[in-house]
Design a protein around this ligand. Structure first.
Ligand SMILES: Nc1ncnc2c1ncn2[C@@H]1O[C@H](COP(=O)(O)OP(=O)(O)O)[C@@H](O)[C@H]1O
Ligand SMILES: [Mg+2]
Length: 238
C-alpha cells in the first residue's frame, strides 16, 4: 500500500509545489514507485510546471465523476503524475469530496502518493490532508508564514490529521535574516510542536528553473537546494 504524503501550508507561496515536484522526482530516482498528484485544483501550478494542464482526463474530470482514473496518469521526468486541469470551468465542476475515492484506486500500484495541496483551511485544502498518512508543513522564516504554520498545527490537531514534520524553505543566511528580523530555526521550532525535518536554502535559481519549466533537481543538480531535496527524500523514503 502506498504511503500518502501531502505538502501543506495555510499561507501560499512558501514552496509546497516546488518541494512536491522535486521530492517526488528524487523518490522516483531512488527506485520508489511514485505518483505525484496536483490537488491544487484552482491554480494547477504543478501541472503547468510539468506542461500537463491540457491532458484529459485529469483530476478535474475525476472529481466531477467523469473519466477513468487509470487513464488520468501521465509521465514526466521519470515519475507518474495525476495532473489537474487548467480551466476555471473544470475547477468549478470538481468536488473535492470525491478525492478520497479517486486516490484509493492508485494505492496498490505505488510506494508513494505525493500530493501538492492548495493553501488555506478550506474544503479544498483539507480533502487531501484528511486522506494523508503523513503531512509535511512547509513554511519560510517570515513571521506571517510561521503564524500560518501554527494555524495548520491547530487545524491538524483539532481534526486528528497526521502532521509529521516541518520543512523550512527559502532559508536565508544568518547575517541577512537577522537584519530582516526573520526567525532562526530555533525560534521557529520554539513556536511549533512538530519537529523541523530540514531547511532548504533561498536560491534565485529555483525561480529560474520554474521559468525554464525544469525541475530544480535537473536544472541545478549540485545546488544546495537539490542536496536538501535529496536529504528530504532519504528521510522519507530511504
Ligand atoms: N528555496 C527557494 N528559493 C527561492 N525561491 C523559491 C524557493 N522555493 C520556492 N521558490 C519560489 O517561490 C515561489 C512560490 O513557490 P511555490 O512552490 O509555488 O509555493 P506554493 O506552492 O507554496 O505556493 C515560486 O516562484 C518558486 O519558484
Ligand atoms: Mg503551490
Amino acid at each position: 500500500m502506498a504511503i500518502v504524503l501531502s505538502l501543506a501550508s495555510v499561507k501560499g507561496g512558501v514552496g509546497k509545489t516546488t518541494i512536491a515536484e522535486n521530492l517526488a522526482i528524487a523518490l522516483g530516482r531512488m527506485g520508489r514507485r511514485v505518483l505525484l498528484i496536483d490537488a491544487d485544483i484552482a491554480t494547477s501550478a504543478l501541472s503547468a510546471l510539468l506542461g500537463l494542464t491540457e491532458r484529459n482526463p485529469n483530476l478535474h474530470d475525476l472529481l466531477a465523476g467523469r473519466g477513468d482514473p487509470n487513464r488520468a496518469i501521465y509521465d514526466a521526468y521519470g515519475i507518474q503524475v495525476l495532473p489537474s486541469g487548467g480551466t476555471l470551468g473544470g475547477f468549478v465542476r470538481a468536488d473535492p469530496v470525491r478525492l478520497a475515492r479517486v486516490i484509493d484506486v492508485y494505492k496498490n500500484n505505488y510506494d508513494f502518493l505525493i500530493i501538492d495541496t492548495p493553501p488555506g483551511i478550506t474544503k479544498y485544502s483539507l480533502a487531501p490532508l484528511k486522506i494523508s498518512d503523513s503531512i509535511l508543513s512547509v513554511t519560510t522564516q517570515d513571521p506571517s508564514a510561521i503564524e500560518a504554520a501554527v494555524k495548520l498545527e491547530e487545524a491538524c490537531a483539532a481534526m486528528q490529521l497526521k502532521l509529521t514534520g516541518v520543512v523550512v524553505n527559502r532559508v536565508r543566511k544568518p547575517s541577512f535574516f537577522k537584519k530582516l528580523k526573520l526567525y532562526s530555526r530555533a525560534q521557529i521550532q520554539s513556536r511549533l510542536r512538530t519537529p523541523i525535518l530540514l531547511g532548504i536554502p533561498e536560491d534565485p535559481m529555483v525561480m529560474e528553473a520554474a521559468t525554464m519549466r525544469r525541475p530544480m533537481l535537473f536544472y541545478k543538480p549540485k545546488s544546495a537546494v537539490s542536496k536538501a531535496i535529496w536529504e528530504l527524500a532519504r528521510k522519507i523514503g530511504g
